[in-house]
Design a protein around this ligand. Structure first.
Ligand code: ADP
Ligand code: MG
Length: 612
């Protein structure tokens, strides 16, 4: 082994390595800078972003400022005004305390910082490049700090090229901004993206802040949660189960006004909602926990979003019971039978007197016959579905049968109807629904057990993809436009991709800064689910970037998943027959679009075997 090889790394390299921990992407810079402004007691903070933070991230605050001697020090590693000894680590209340954020950021960008304290008559400006100080000069300015971070990762090209698309990076930035905004509703916070004002959040209480970010629907459905004990104070809001969404998302925990991720605590809240939510849907919540800092260790993670509690089981229990109480007091805790719920959707023209629906049933239906055979013979018969119902239960059944899916505001244009095929008279229709989940279909000496949701997803996906590729996609128009409210940055996203979405049949216009009126959705989508589709698009904006084929595939997949018949939904014979027929026309009917099979097949001889 040769001697004299070990060397201390030069400072700027050590800083670059440390930077990797703190600065992963533009949003990490945003987080650190906003936290510093909050720590500096600023009550007015503006964030300016250019090119998704890749060319500029600028934060302007009216906080306490930094003196000229401290300004140079602030960019040294382990420079912090917030900690003097190791014990302070356990007492710390402020956002940052590692004293490495500014040094790390400066190591991988061009930084310019202008700052002035209230005691100084004139401020100071420092310019750094890749961590090296280029100049420091006096500068006339008001009390507070303006810090600009330019050309992030200019000296680490590999890092820069690993950044995601602007849409993705921006989404992370907005998320960091919202976390700070929700934790500090009493401060005014603005966000400008490429010169456009996206948020201008005025000081207020938490409820007002939630409302100004998430809109009226969330704002009007907040339920306060509060529990004060000797170890912890819980304050905040849960949302009513009715407005839960199909996407995880707006779930916020703050500890001492710092955003944290904690799956265990999140589970505690979700457990309190048990029985109140439809499957796969998520409530929003905004919960601040105040706890003695010595009861937690926030320093386990470089970006400080994960927190360890001394007694996390006690906190879990407290949180769960507080949430249970909130949901109980607000009389939402009567478990809803979601199995039942689908069948309670009465037809839109229901006026108290049930109409006797007719169902077109082809008694000789067989989806496996070829097109030519299909056109040869069409023996559709119209049969009254039911007699006039004698009781409510029956009425509901009729409602479910006549209106399994369609929204009352929607006029569905006719999709080229698949004529139900027929074979020999002897092969009567043998198609049943099982557990509101499977379609049991017998064909000759085989039985197919078809998963209604996966099968329908596949059919919708293929149909949509085909029409998109043939440029024949149509929009189904809403009779009454659907009004939807979004957060400011979601609205910006929808504005930007409007022409792209219109090619898919989405037709919407702005009727307010953050409110759109939806006039039409793609023909294969379920219009009653238009809201969910829009929210999903906003949730995964990255799906709409990249090569055309990928965007098409992503969109079709998304629409198919949110528009398909769901488990728990009653399907009429007619609908089942049509679905089976369409499914088996596909090239590969067995594969679901979510890596699950769409059906299993049993031979009658297999069944014989069971009894041998
Ligand atoms: P930390 O926040 O962990 O102390 P940073 O590197 O983020 O470390 O900041 C270093 C120091 O610079 C802070 O301790 C604080 O004294 C000062 N500072 C940074 N940003 C601001 C600001 N916006 N206003 C006032 N002081 C600031
Ligand atoms: Mg800091």
């Amino acid at each position: 082994m040769s001697l004299g090889i070990i060397r201390l790394l030069p400072d700027h390299i050590a800083n670059q390595i440390a930077a990797g921990e703190v600065v992963q992407r533009p949003a990490s810079v945003v987080k650190e800078l906003l936290e510093n402004s909050v720590d500096a007691q600023a009550d007015h903070i503006s964030l300016l972003i250019e090119d998704a933070g890749k060319s500029l991230i600028k934060v302007i605050d009216n906080g306490c400022g930094i003196s000229d001697t401290d300004l140079r020090l602030a960019f040294e590693r382990h420079a912090t005004s917030k900690i003097l000894n190791a014990e302070d680590l356990f007492r710390i209340q402020t956002m940052g305390f590692r004293g490495e954020a500014l040094a790390s950021i400066a190591a991988v960008s061009h930084v310019e910082c202008i700052s002035k304290t209230a005691d100084d008559a004139i401020g100071s400006k420092i310019v750094l490049e890749g961590g090296k100080v280029r100049s420091q000069t006096p500068e006339a300015c008001t009390t507070g700090t303006i810090i600009s971070v330019k050309n992030l990762f200019f000296n680490i090209p590999a890092r820069r090229s690993f950044l995601k698309s602007d849409t993705v990076e921006l989404r992370h930035i907005y998320e960091e901004f919202l976390r700070i905004a929700l934790a500090h509703p009493s401060r005014r916070l603005r966000l400008l993206n490429n010169g456009h004002e996206i948020y201008n959040l005025l000081p207020g209480n938490l409820k007002q802040r939630i409302l100004s970010i998430f809109g009226n629907k969330v704002g009007e459905n907040l339920l306060p949660i509060q529990e004060h004990t000797s170890i912890i104070r819980i304050n905040g809001y849960l949302t009513r189960p009715e407005i839960s969404k199909k996407i995880k998302g707006d779930q916020y925990f703050f500890i001492n006004k710092r955003f944290i991720k904690n799956r265990y605590l999140q589970h505690g809240i979700m457990a309190a909602y048990e029985g109140l939510l439809p499957t796969d849907s998520f409530p929003a919540f905004f919960i601040n926990l105040e706890i003695d800092p010595s009861e937690i260790d926030v320093n386990i993670h470089p970006t400080k979003t994960e927190v360890k509690f001394k007694d996390d089981r006690a906190i879990y229990q407290l949180l769960k019971s507080a949430a249970r109480k909130t949901l109980g007091i607000n009389a939402v805790a009567q478990p809803i039978d979601f199995e039942q719920e689908n069948s309670f959707q009465l037809p839109s023209d229901f006026n108290g007197t049930p109409k006797i629906p007719t169902i077109e049933v082809d008694p000789e239906y067989n989806p496996f016959k070829s097109q030519s055979e299909q056109s040869r013979k069409n023996t559709t018969v119209h049969v009254p579905a039911f007699n006039i119902p004698k009781n409510w239960e029956e009425l509901y059944q009729i409602a479910a049968l006549t209106h399994p899916k369609n929204h009352q505001h929607v006029e569905t244009p006719s999709i080229p109807d698949l004529q139900v095929e027929s074979s020999s008279l002897a092969d009567t229709v043998e198609i049943f629904q099982l557990f509101r989940k499977f379609i049991l279909y017998k064909k000759e000496n085989q039985v197919f057990i078809i998963h209604q949701q996966y099968a329908h997803e596949r059919v919708l996906y293929e149909n949509m993809l085909k029409s998109i590729r043939n440029k024949t996609i149509l929009s189904q128009q809403m009779l009454i436009p659907l009004k939807l409210e979004f957060t400011a940055h979601e609205a910006e996203f929808l504005q930007n991709c409007r022409s792209l979405l219109s090619e898919f049949g989405f037709d919407y216009e702005w009727i307010g800064k953050k409110v759109i009126a939806v006039y039409g959705v793609p023909i294969y989508s379920d219009a009653s689910n238009a809201e969910e589709i829009f929210r999903k698009l906003c949730e995964e904006q990255s799906d709409l970037t990249g090569p055309e084929e990928i965007i098409q595939d992503n969109l079709c997949r998304k629409i198919a998943i949110s528009s398909s018949y769901k488990v728990g939904q009653s399907l009429t014979q007619e609908i089942m027959a049509k679905l089976v027929s369409e499914l088996f026309k596909l090239e590969n009917p067995a594969a679901g679009i979510r890596k699950r099979k769409t059906f299993v097949q049993i031979q009658s001889s297999d069944i014989d075997h069971w009894f041998n």
